[in-house]
Design a protein around this ligand. Sequence first.
Ligand SMILES: [Zn+2]
Length: 311
Amino acid sequence: MKNFFRVFSLFLVISVLFSCASNPYAPTNRMYKKQAKVLTKQLRQFPPEQSGIAATLPYGENWVGTTNFNLRKPNYVVIHHTAQESVDQTLKTFTLPRTQVSAHYVIGKDGTIYNMLNDYYRAWHGGVGKWGNNTDLNSSSIGIELDNTGEEEFSNLQIESLLQLLKVLKEKYTIPDANFIGHSDIAPSRKVDPNPNFPWKKLAEEGYGLWYDEVVAMPETINDSLISELPVVEVGMIPEDENEIIAKTETTDGFTMEVSPEIALRIIGYDTSDLDSAIKAFKLHFIQKDINAVLSDEELKILDNLYKKYL
Ligand SMILES: [Zn+2]
C-alpha cells in the first residue's frame, strides 16, 4: 500500500511537471495569476481606499458595507478579426505585455476556442470607441477575436464555435440581441473588422445582433399625408442648422425617410462625428458590399427599416 502511494505521488509530480513543460504559455500564465491576485486584493479592500479629492469627501463616521452585491456583468459582445497570419501569432501578441492588446476569446479557423481572460475582467480589445452614449466598451463588453487575415472568408467551423460561445455568453449575462456588434461599429473611423465576409445576417437570425426586414418599404407603401414640409437633406450632407438634422430624407424614387441618415445611424448606435466613416461602418455591417460613404436608394430604405428596430 505504502509503495502504491509512493508510485502514485511520483506519477502526480511527473504529470504536473510534464503539463507545465508542455504548455509554452506557462510563464505568461503565471503573469496572469499574479495580475489577478493584484486585482483581487484591490477588490477585497474595505473600507475602499480613497485618495486625492475622493479622500476629502464628507464620509460618515462608520464604514458600512452592504451585504447585497455581486460582480458587474458584461452587457455587449464586440466581434473582431485578428488581421494576423495565424492563431499562434495572435496568442503570442496577446501574451506580450508591450502590445497592450487582448481579448477574452480567440477562435481559430478549426473552431478551437481559446479563453484568454475571465469574462469579469476588462480586456483591451476595443480601444477608443463609442456606441450610443457608451464610451468605454472595454468595461462593458466581451471581446472575441476571429483568426482571419482580414480578407479571408470565415470558416464554418469557426462560425459554429462562435455561435456556441455566443449562446453561452448571451444566456449567462442576459445580453440583449442588439448588443452583439463589430469593432468597426464602435470605432468607425479607425477599424474595419470584422471584414465584409462576416455572416452578420446568420448571427442576427440566431439572436445575436439585429437585421433589417428583407422586404424593405417600397414607394407605393408610403402614406402621402406623412410627407411634411420639413427641408429635405442630401444624403451624406451634414446640416449646418441643427434643426435640419431631423429633416426628412427623400430618395430619388420618391421614398421618404422620417429622419436624416445621420440621426438614423445615431439611433442605431454609431458615432456620427465623422459621418462618412459612420456610413461606411454601417455598410460594412449591413450591406457588406460597395463600402463607401454614399447611400443608394435601396441602402437608405434598409437604414430606414433598421433604425426603427433600435427605437
Ligand atoms: Zn478589432
